[in-house]
Design a protein around this ligand. Sequence first.
Ligand SMILES: [Zn+2]
Length: 61
Amino acid sequence: MWYKCKKCGFIFTRTEEPDLCVDCGAEYSLIPPTQEEIELHKKKLEEVRKEDWNTKDYLDK
Ligand SMILES: [Zn+2]
């Protein structure tokens, strides 16, 4: 399940519904994100991964 924090906008996945936002700790602030928000979030994660890879590649040379 995907969750989005109404307070800070943080998006994350959990198998069980959490009580708190894992980022800012706000209570009862979790809503399901839209499909668009999930896709955007996945894209962002991929970009971060790519950046990490590039950094590693650079350091290895
Ligand atoms: Zn939050």
